[in-house]
Ligand binder design. Structure first.
Ligand SMILES: CC(C)[C@H](C(=O)O)[C@@H](O)C(=O)O
Ligand code: SF4
Length: 478
């Protein structure tokens, strides 16, 4: 019987079929952060339990951490307590921990892949919805609730219901400035914010095969914004080249054995999916969101839609409310929308490739007056890499603030947040009301598009901007 990649990963981890139709799955890896783990550790403490396999977990503080200064005492008392609690729990339960002021700190979904902790064929969970990111490696990765984190810690297993399967075929060749983020926004706009709910999504086709690991991670990261439980890309040479030599990846003969196994991790040619969606990316324009749900997005060449044209009543009502919150009027060209803030970072778009793409636009240009733009690397290693490449200098010369790694203004759990009424061009993944600060307004887009918005002060088609020469200050004038 031909199998999809999802089915292969599922059956290779099934420990038992349970009476209620659920499966007991073995969990290989568990990422732990300061916001969703305290309850799980407390439940273990209360029950006097240890972790079944402490070495399979990896803990790091990312959500609440300050990005202006690193080292020394954290100013904010809540963040200080959260980080201290995580450190204490890691020590007490023997969980590998990446200290906040160390070189290996960063957003869970950035450091897992970067350190070779995320590997093809594994099950990987985290008390965090964007765990779908790791599916880019052909791992069965999904977010779980706080109490499930405790179950995984104690039992290394989890009860799960099998999802339906959806293959998203991406065909054609995208414009070089049309990225995985634009494709993700276009897919979500097409299928809806609940369009993939109950499904494990596998991305396939020539446009996916052509993507870097960073791009595949962006795509899988956004799967949850379409309601998908899992995002997957079959591992291939791009995957193996990315992983080879990473600190936690297998070495020597074990590497060869692993690659031989990983090569089998792909959907059989005649495997049947419950649904298939095909999108040709050849003529896709860069996308931006205009509303307060990730599916309220459109090509930058378009205008704010008239809610009445949106079909279903629920979509119309949501759009009306969204436009009121966003203070936008139907018919306004997207490129006429001014912004005051820019956030480049997050587990969606805070990797080195993302920073390079933004820096390429920022180079020789200047952040528009009245705009505040911050660049927050997804990990400390990414920050160091960017500095080695001189990207920090490019950003600083252009008037961007260069920060330490963390979730930052993606979720505003630290002090990086929008003031009420401020409008932000953001490379993050959620544009919900108040997501980046109470009353703040978020427009989701790619790093290159966010950099373009920073230098023009409004939503901008980066393809048009970069067709003109940069005339602003060059790096040497720093
Ligand atoms: C705080 C955390 C549990 C949350 C998540 O589950 O995703 C956050 O990372 C987010 O992006 O909203
Ligand atoms: S960067 Fe944003 S989306 Fe990613 S884990 Fe942090 S808060 Fe969640």
């Amino acid at each position: 019987m031909p199998q999809t990649l999802y089915e292969k990963l599922w059956t290779s981890h099934a420990v038992a079929e349970l009476p209620g139709g659920e499966t007991l799955l073995y969990i290989d890896r568990h990422l732990v952060h300061e916001v969703s783990s305290p309850q799980a550790f407390a439940s273990l403490r209360d029950a006097g339990r240890r972790l079944r396999r402490p070495d399979t977990h990896l803990a790091v503080a990312d959500h609440a951490v300050p990005t202006r200064v690193r080292g020394g005492e954290i100013e904010d008392p809540l963040a200080r307590a959260q980080v201290a609690e995580l450190e204490d729990n890691a020590r007490r339960f023997d969980v590998p921990y990446r200290p906040l002021d160390g070189d290996l700190q960063g957003i869970v979904h950035v450091i897992g892949p970067e350190q070779g902790y995320t590997l093809p064929g594994m099950t990987l969970v985290c008390g965090d919805s964007h765990t779908t990111t790791h599916g880019a490696f052909g791992a069965l990765a999904f977010g779980i609730g706080a109490s499930e984190c405790g179950t995984v810690m104690a039992a290394q297993c989890l009860k799960q219901r099998r999802a339906r399967t959806l293959r998203v075929d991406l065909v054609g060749q995208a414009h070089p400035l049309v990225t995985a983020k634009d494709i993700a926004l276009a897919v979500i706009a097409r299928i809806g914010a609940l369009g993939a709910s109950g499904h494990a999504v596998e991305y396939a086709g020539p446009a996916v095969e052509a993507m870097s690991m960073a791009a595949r991670m962006t795509l899988c990261n956004m799967t949850i914004e379409a309601g998908g439980r899992v995002g997957l890309v079959a591992p291939d040479e791009v995957t193996f080249a990315y992983l080879k030599g990473r600190p936690l990846a297998p070495k020597g003969p074990r590497w060869d054995q692993a690659v031989a196994y990983w090569r089998g991790l792909r959907s059989d040619p005649d495997a049947v999916f419950d649904r298939v969606v095909t999108m040709d990316v050849s003529h896709l324009a860069p996308h931006v969101s205009w509303g307060t749900s990730p599916d309220e997005a459109a090509p930058i060449t378009a205008s704010i839609p008239e809610p009445a044209t949106l079909g279903e009543d629920s979509a119309r009502r949501h759009a009306e409310k969204a436009l009121a919150y966003m203070d936008l009027r139907p018919g306004t060209p997207l490129t006429d929308i001014p912004i005051q803030r820019v956030f480049i970072g997050s587990c969606t778009n805070g990797r080195i490739e993302d920073l390079r793409a933004a820096a390429a636009v920022a180079r020789g240009r200047r952040v528009a007056s009245g705009v505040r733009a911050i660049v927050v690397p997804g990990s400390t290693a990414t920050k160091h890499q960017a500095e080695a490449e001189g990207l920090d200098a490019v950003f600083r010369a252009a008037g961007f603030e260069w920060r330490h790694a963390g979730c930052s203004m993606c979720v505003a759990m630290n002090d990086d947040r929008l003031a009420a009424g401020e409008r932000c061009a953001s490379t993050s993944n959620r544009n919900f009301e108040g997501r980046q600060g109470p009353g703040g307004r978020t427009h989701l887009m790619s790093p290159a598009m966010a950099a373009a918005a920073a230098v023009t002060g409004k939503l901008t088609d980066v393809r048009a901007l970069t067709a003109m020469p940069a005339t602003g200050p060059v790096e040497e004038m720093r």
